[in-house]
Design a protein around this ligand. Sequence first.
Ligand code: HEC
Ligand code: HEC
Length: 414
Amino acid sequence: MFHPRAPIGSASIIAAMISMALLTTGCGRERLTASKIADFIDSNRPSDEQAPQDAPPNQGNNETSVNVEAPKLPLSTGGIPTLPAILYEYANVQLPSHFRGPGPGGSVIQTDNTPANNPMTNTDATLGRVLFYDTRLSANNTVSCASCHQQSHGFGDPRPLSEGFQGALTGRHSMGLTNAQFYDRGRFFWDERAGSLEEQVLMPIQDPVEMGMSVPDLREKLSTTPFYASLFDDAFGSAEVTDESVSRALAQFVRSLVSFESKFARAFTNGDRPNVSAALTPQEDRGRRIFDRNCANCHETNAQVGDRPRNNGLDATITDSGAGRGQFKTPSPRNVAVRATYMHDGRFATLREVVQFYNNEIQANPELDNRLENDGLPRRLNLNGAEIDALIAFLNTLTDGAFLTDVRFSDPFE
Ligand code: HEC
Ligand code: HEC
């Protein structure tokens, strides 16, 4: 048995309420004093009154329609975060035995991409959480990481393409960040162009469509936002805002987004071997067996993580080469039911469409992964209606309701 997500009981909720009033840390150190807040409120009126930042370079594409109004998103703009007096636990999360022990294709923890020089700490991940939800990370204070990575959607975005800070669309579908920590190769984006998560997290901030900031602007903006001084100081021993500290904190928060509870997980009451009949309905279990036979060789381990980019035959003619030859990073279907739309371009609106695609619609192309071929032809599963329903039912058991509502990952500005 394991004891997940321990320190978010009623004691810390009360503590959080106390901190709203007192704004002190659990160890008695001052975090945000009343006078700092007064200074902050005076010097940082709501974002719509702030001087707009310089627009990013247009990149010679005059056709991009630019929406001057902020996208209408359910997000805080500006404001100060409310943090718990006793920091939430990110560093010492006890993973369950089915993550630690062997599973189909290996154990989950063996795919951990945490680098030795950026281990998880509660202060760093707390700063990362604030940064993740802060719209100040975009040039016109309208978009945060969470605009396109929404907790209730497994830290993905239901829209096929997301809207950046000026309303322009991203080139690909947003990726769900659930269990980003568990990807052996430690590379990020659909095409794996980021060599590490530490490198990745600074890229959307500077992306001309997504957030449109320069790193000097970012340093300047965060340095003049008073509450950050104590957060950076607590995390890195200095109030100075550096690219490295922003990167380390954001990467840790993203790595903290670990999901290991779900209906499927409840089958593992007895170590790493599933006692499925106790947890899953016969239909879900039938779907699990179909998944193990046909999908688990790419969506591996008990966290169904990908092993590397692959071409899964979406198109006969490759239009987006991805990581090369139409290969894309293989995402985990963990929390997939709340993450529609699907694939790198968001082409499928439902899990049924995904399953029908894998059933009979895989396209022949020279780069098709041989796991999806039979005798040189695209594999046809020829599942009947009941089997399709069963596979969808199994994918639905991978939804982790505790994760999707965990306060540790929620918006501190709300
Ligand atoms: C405007 C929407 C948008 C914003 C804002 C945004 N992202 Fe993303 N994110 C995306 C899209 C789209 C992709 C996939 C892009 C690609 O692969 O080409 C992505 C991919 C990622 C990935 C790769 C996941 C993986 O498994 O490889 C990570 C990590 C990530 N974003 C974190 C962040 C962080 C941290 C922030 C804030 C600093 C952020 N994103 C802001 C849209 C956004
Ligand atoms: C050859 C490896 C491979 C096999 C086998 C495979 N997949 Fe995938 N899967 C991928 C890749 C690669 C992607 C991403 C493709 C893209 O977006 O271009 C993907 C994407 C998905 C997605 C979309 C996830 C998201 O976040 O958008 C789902 C759901 C999925 N697969 C389910 C399945 C199921 C169910 C099976 C078995 C019937 C299966 N996969 C078999 C490689 C594979």
